[in-house]
Design a protein around this ligand. Structure first.
Ligand code: GDP
Length: 344
């Protein structure tokens, strides 16, 4: 393509985006979203997930409008290693919860999505029963470069779903890496799914993740696996006793479920509602959310400050010079940092 033609087609694309943007009316979209219009909710989430600066303004406006109508929900984090049965469980549990008169939104934080194109929820057929339920809303993980970026979008998506009338929010993640801490930091209740395995029961999942959980469910408690699951339950109950008590006084619960036989969904839901009551009676439910919000605000400031510092042209040059001085031992790392920070 000639340069002129390419410029023309680029301009056409820009005009198209501009025309589309001018049609977005944040007020009207937020209104439709709050009236329960699922398409409006999907559109608003797409705006939140977009990296286009003009979308950012519209998204911020929608979130501002939705915020007073958000928060009326229980936010449940769900994790477990791939293959543990997360999507099968969410399918059955979500269906059960809808039968209890609730409205369920399923979101995901998938750290592998930028590479794999989305391994959690990317394939909607994994939860087709729940996906076709009009009281349920399923959204795949946004693909973004960083866990921080995905986390921010997921937090904002939670608010939009709540404003759209979804009172039970599931945030799914895989039991590897850092994403559990992120999900724990944006949910009220953290559920760990575990397999009943042979040998050392505690292998494969990190101690820190077990320590964070409010409840643990042993999956696939059916057929030959049922007695094994019961044994695992006893072992995990003992194991969890070894962890320090939670400041709220809540003792993590352990039980077994079978998504295949649709067993244990009532037990799982009771864990959630008992926990919510426990926290609310002690005024800890809202306090925990406030602490999460403040933490998130400070984290965002830190990220932004760092990004600004490293993108300043004069800093980029000074950093290179100071790095060289440190390599040549003319400057200690600490002194180098002091000089850099002092220049701002
Ligand atoms: P995920 O990777 O954690 O989302 O796990 P999936 O829900 O995709 O399940 C992984 C495999 O375990 C699939 O082959 C499921 O059919 C199977 N599975 C899931 N739940 C159960 C269950 O309750 N019982 C049995 N027997 N198999 C299950």
């Amino acid at each position: 393509m000639s340069e002129g033609l390419q410029k023309k087609s680029e301009q056409k694309a820009i005009d198209l985006i501009k025309a589309k943007l001018s049609r977005i009316q944040p007020g009207a979209l937020a209104q439709r979203l709050m009236e329960g219009d699922r398409n409006a909710l999907s559109q608003a989430i797409t705006l939140v997930e977009s990296t286009h600066p003009a979308h950012g303004e519209a998204a911020a406006e929608i979130i501002r409008l939705c915020l007073p109508h958000a928060g009326n929900s229980i936010r449940i984090g769900i994790t477990g290693v791939p293959g543990v049965g997360k999507s099968s469980f969410i399918e059955e549990f979500g269906t059960y919860v809808v039968e209890q008169g609730r409205r369920v939104a399923v979101l995901a934080i998938d750290p592998s999505s930028p590479i794999s194109g989305g391994s959690i929820l990317g394939d909607k057929t994994r939860m087709d029963k729940l996906a076709s339920n009009e009281k349920a809303f399923i959204r795949p993980s946004p693909s973004s470069q960083t866990l921080g970026g995905v986390a921010r979008k997921t937090r904002e998506t939670i608010l939009l779903c709540e404003a759209g009338g979804y009172d039970t929010i599931f945030v799914e993640t895989v039991g590897v890496g850092q994403s559990e801490t992120t999900v724990h930091g944006m949910t009220d209740f953290f559920l760990l799914l575990m397999l009943a395995g042979a040998g050392d029961q505690l292998q494969g999942i990190k101690r820190g993740i077990m320590e964070m959980c409010d409840a643990m469910l042993i999956t696939k408690a059916d057929g030959d696996n049922a007695p094994k699951a019961q044994r695992a339950k006893s072992e995990y109950i003992s194991a969890l006793h070894l962890f320090p008590a939670k400041p709220s006084g809540w003792t993590p619960r352990v039980d077994v479920v079978s998504s295949l036989e649709k067993k244990g969904m009532d037990v799982a839901w009771k864990m959630v509602t008992d926990y919510e009551a426990w926290m609310k009676e002690r005024n800890l439910f809202e306090a925990n959310r406030q602490a999460q919000d403040l933490h998130w605000m400070h984290e965002t400031v830190k990220e932004e400050l760092i990004a600004r510092f490293y993108s300043l042209e004069e800093n980029i040059q000074r950093i290179a010079a100071i790095e060289q001085a440190i390599r040549e031992k003319r400057l200690s790392p600490f002194e180098g940092a002091t000089q850099l920070l002092g220049s701002n």
